[in-house]
Design a protein around this ligand. Structure first.
Ligand code: GDP
Length: 192
C-alpha cells in the first residue's frame, strides 16, 4: 500500500454521509491539539494535508481520506477544547454516539494521546467507545520528544492504567515532529 497516494474524499457532518463501500476504515481520534493532524500528515508524508482538509468552522465533521484506493483514514473531530460552545460540544457527542453505534465498518482504532499527561476523562470515554467496537486498537503516545528518557516508562504505564488497556493493545511511543517510530505505527495499522 502506497501511503503517499492519498485523496481527500469528504467531510461528513452526520453518519448518513459516511462511505460504506466495504473498504477497511482506520479511525483516528484524539483531543484537540494532541497532534492528530500532525500524526496523520506524518504517516502520509504530507505537510498540511489533514489540516487543510478540515475546513475552518467544520469542527464537528468526520474527514475521510482514501489511501491508495484501498483503505480509508477516518479523522474524527478533536475533543476537549475548552473554548468550544456548549451546543458545539453537544453536537460532537451526538455525532460520536451515532458513529460508534454502528461500528461494523471500523477496521482499527488509532487513539492519539499526549505522552506527557495523564489521559483525560474525555480520553477515557473515547477509549471505552473504541474498546466497545471489538476492533483492534492502537494507542499513539505522541510528543514523546518532549519527555526525558526516565519519564517514558512511567508515563506509558500511566496511560495503560488510566485507559484500562487490555494487554493486546499496543502503545506506540511517537513523535509526529521527529518521525519517531513512524515505521512501527505503519506496520501496526497495516496488520488488519
Ligand atoms: P490536532 O489539533 O490534534 O490536529 O493537533 P496539531 O497536529 O495541529 O498539533 C498541535 C500542536 O502540537 C502543533 O503546534 C504541532 O506542531 C505540535 N505537535 C504535534 N505533534 C508533535 C510532536 O510529536 N512533538 C512536538 N514537540 N510537537 C508536536
Amino acid at each position: 500500500m502506497n501511503l503517499h497516494n492519498v485523496e481527500f474524499i469528504k467531510s461528513a457532518a452526520n453518519v448518513d454521509a459516511v462511505p460504506r463501500d466495504g473498504l477497511p476504515q482506520i479511525v483516528f481520534s484524539g483531543k484537540s491539539n494532541v497532534g492528530k493532524s500532525s500524526v496523520i500528515n506524518k504517516l502520509l508524508n504530507r505537510k498540511q494535508f489533514a489540516r487543510v482538509s478540515a475546513t475552518p468552522g467544520k469542527t464537528a465533521h468526520i474527514n475521510y481520506f482514501l489511501i491508495d484506493k484501498q483503505v480509508y483514514f477516518v479523522d474524527l473531530p478533536g475533543y476537549g477544547y475548552a473554548k468550544v460552545s456548549k451546543s458545539e460540544r453537544a453536537r460532537w457527542a451526538v455525532l460520536m454516539e451515532s458513529f460508534f453505534r454502528n461500528p461494523a465498518y471500523i477496521t482499527r482504532g488509532v487513539m492519539i494521546v499526549d505522552s506527557r499527561h495523564k489521559p483525560t476523562n474525555d480520553d477515557i470515554t473515547m477509549a471505552d467507545w473504541f474498546k466497545a467496537t471489538g476492533c483492534p486498537l492502537t494507542i499513539v503516545a505522541n510528543k514523546i520528544d518532549k519527555l526525558k528518557k526516565s519519564e517514558i516508562a512511567p508515563n506509558m504505564a500511566r496511560i495503560r492504567e488510566t485507559l484500562e488497556l487490555p494487554d493486546d493493545v499496543t502503545i506506540v511511543e511517537f513523535s509526529a515532529e521527529k518521525g519517531t517510530n513512524k515505521e512501527t505505527l505503519i506496520a501496526e495499522i497495516k496488520c488488519g
